[in-house]
Design a protein around this ligand. Structure first.
Ligand SMILES: C[S@@+](CC[C@H](N)C(=O)[O-])C[C@H]1O[C@@H](n2cnc3c(N)ncnc32)[C@H](O)[C@@H]1O
Length: 179
């Protein structure tokens, strides 16, 4: 079971395909809300690209500027950006209540947005990813932390499927040797 809540948004996005993909991702990972800051009007034509119809299921705020942004009380803003002082995502401790913000297709999160963030987190990649992919990896990492999944088994622990397969092979071996 997932814990806490989160929102996710983008600053200065210009392509509907990218905004649509971020919204679809937010919807799929069960975000509580999504937002954009100063989105290009063309990016807001997302209905064609967000086939999950997130606008019917997920509150979406289209704020013109960072000054207009209103997050719930106690909700930390977390920047997702490749910067020199960013924390690597696998080492980042996600807060229970936070809003992740990503930058535009061309450029980075604005200095003002970065200042407003409680932390800046980067996905350890050689160069920058598509913004919607960066959103998906961030939310996947959060799901791993808060999703209540059991730890990965040690190599010696076989999954039930592997055990069934192994036992079939063992039985075939025994049958073969006893011939
Ligand atoms: C396509 S990237 C920005 C382009 C890039 N700054 C450039 O012009 O070379 C769009 C956004 O995706 C996010 N992003 C992409 N790769 C990332 C990474 N490895 N770590 C963290 N954020 C990333 C950031 O929010 C970034 O502003």
């Amino acid at each position: 079971m997932s814990r806490g809540y989160f929102g996710i948004g983008v600053e200065g996005i210009s392509k509907a395909a990218n905004l649509g993909a971020v919204l679809r991702t937010a919807h799929a990972f069960e975000a509580s809300f999504a937002f954009s800051i100063g989105a290009d009007p063309r990016a807001l034509e997302v209905r064609m690209t967000d086939t999950s119809r997130s606008h019917n299921h997920l509150p979406y705020y289209d704020w013109d500027s960072l000054d207009e942004m209103r997050l719930p009380k106690g909700c930390e803003l977390i920047g997702i950006e490749l910067t020199e002082d960013a924390v690597d995502l696998p080492s980042f401790r996600h807060g229970l209540n936070c809003a992740y913000i990503l930058g535009p297709e061309k450029g980075s999160l604005s200095p003002r947005a970065q200042e407003m963030c409680a932390a800046i987190v980067q996905i350890p990649t050689k160069f920058c990813l598509n913004v919607s992919l960066a959103a998906a990896l961030t939310l996947y990492d959060r799901a791993l932390c808060f999703g209540g999944y059991s730890g990965r088994p040690l190599p010696s622990h076989l999954t039930s499927r592997q055990r069934r397969k192994k036992s079939t092979v063992d039985q075939r071996d025994i049958a073969h040797k006893s011939r």
